[in-house]
Design a protein around this ligand. Structure first.
Ligand code: NAP
Length: 292
């Protein structure tokens, strides 16, 4: 029940109505019996400054950030974590003694299913000889590159459609504290890259609902994926995507975007609440909401 004492968390974006974050966060908050609710706030870019000043004034405990504010929030924060600096984007904002602090939990979210894969197989995966191929060079691709660098991948290849954007993308990693062995490519080079990919990540929206009949990778190219490679799609609807279905038919291990979504949210909640988070409750609430 919402009372005079109820505290607030939230997510800002524009648009924001589609966000699944309120579903999973409120499920966790209610499971923990906390007097806190999590709401979605539509905030236009030109209103960002006044919105976060207002959030401080009314005592928000913290908030998540989604498109288009992940970069725009940076100059408005009094502290930014090293991982958010490396990625160049913030998705989680928390209170500090001097104002708002920001971090990025997408990297942790991206890595969680890869790490649990090692646990399931009972073998600690050695990534030092592995080749990662990432499709897309937008915001999510930056978190994926940081994740692959943290794993220690031997080579990280990023595929994009604009040479200029790819050059800028590569430039952004030049002074990064992470050791990133990054090469960028246009889509024509993809079939050649796929043949040596140990991890192939879709960080584009191609194949996302309602265009579930599309895949970022042609069937003739996916056939080149080495058996046992990991195909990872950041998209969570449909589930699985055509890309994952075709990769799985080729013998790949498939990972969908749902677990990343859950784990980045759980990591944010842990920062705000400073207590263990019921990740299963968050996962189940999302699966139920999506009809999975
Ligand atoms: P973004 O910043 O808009 O980047 C999208 C990237 O995809 C850009 O590089 C874009 O190229 C490329 N792209 C888009 N349409 C394309 C097409 N038709 N052909 C080739 N390239 C295309 O978006 P984002 O935030 O990185 O998100 C990317 C995907 O990841 C989305 O589907 C999103 O839902 C998903 N995601 C999932 C999670 C999760 O927790 N599971 C988290 C974040 C994102 P240009 O730059 O040339 O336009």
């Amino acid at each position: 029940m919402i009372k005079g004492t109820t505290k607030l968390l939230g997510v800002i974006g524009h648009p924001i109505e589609h966000s699944l974050s309120p579903v999973m966060h409120n499920a966790a908050l209610s499971h923990l019996g906390l007097d806190i609710v999590y709401l979605a706030f539509p905030v236009k870019p030109e209103d960002l400054n006044v919105a976060i000043s207002g959030f401080a004034a009314v005592g928000l405990l913290g908030f998540s950030i989604t498109i288009p504010h992940k970069q725009g929030i940076l100059p408005l924060l009094s502290e930014v974590s090293p991982v958010a600096i490396a990625v160049g984007a913030v998705n989680t904002v928390y209170r500090t003694a001097n104002g708002w602090g920001g971090t990025n939990t997408d990297v942790r979210g991206f890595l969680a299913p890869l790490r649990s894969l090692s646990l399931k197989t009972g073998t600690k995966q050695d990534w030092s000889q592995k080749v990662a191929v990432i499709l897309g060079s937008g915001g999510a691709a930056r978190a994926v590159v940081a994740g692959c660098a943290e794993l220690g991948c031997a080579e990280i290849h990023v595929v994009g459609r604009s040479e200029q954007k790819l050059t800028e993308f590569q430039q952004n990693w030049v002074n990064s504290p992470l050791a990133v062995n990054l090469l960028t490519h246009t889509w024509e080079e993809l079939p050649m890259l796929i043949s040596k990919a140990d991890l192939l990540v879709n960080a584009t929206p191609i194949g996302m609902y309602p265009r579930g009949d599309e895949s970022p990778v042609a069937l003739s190219a996916i056939e080149r994926l080495p058996e046992g490679a990991i195909a990872y799609d950041l998209i969570y609807t449909p589930n699985p995507t055509l890309f994952l279905k075709q990769a799985q038919e080729r013998g790949a291990i498939a990972i969908d975007g749902l677990e990343m979504l859950v784990q980045q949210g759980a990591a944010a909640l842990e920062i705000w609440l400073q207590q263990p988070i019921p990740v299963d409750v968050m996962r189940q609430s999302l699966r139920h909401h999506l009809g999975l």
